[in-house]
Design a protein around this ligand. Structure first.
Ligand SMILES: [Zn+2]
Length: 67
């Protein structure tokens, strides 16, 4: 039976698994470096993603194709 200081466990935002929220876990609240990097990458791509400027289908429908 171990009686160490209880460490706070949180849910890893990367994989949803348990993560040790303690100073010894430098990747907290992530469980690992992989999860942390993956999340940062996702955030970066999300931030750099431009809004889709796709015009509506009827954008260039000034004249009807009927003749
Ligand atoms: Zn994880």
């Amino acid at each position: 039976m171990s009686n160490h200081t209880p460490e706070r466990m949180v849910t890893c935002p990367g994989c949803g698994g348990p993560s040790v929220y303690a100073p010894r876990n430098r990747y907290r609240p992530f469980c690992s470096e992989r999860c942390k990097n993956h999340d940062l990458g996702a955030w970066a791509s999300e931030e750099h993603r431009m809004p889709d400027p796709t015009p509506p289908d009827d954008f260039d429908l000034g004249t009807p194709p009927l003749q």
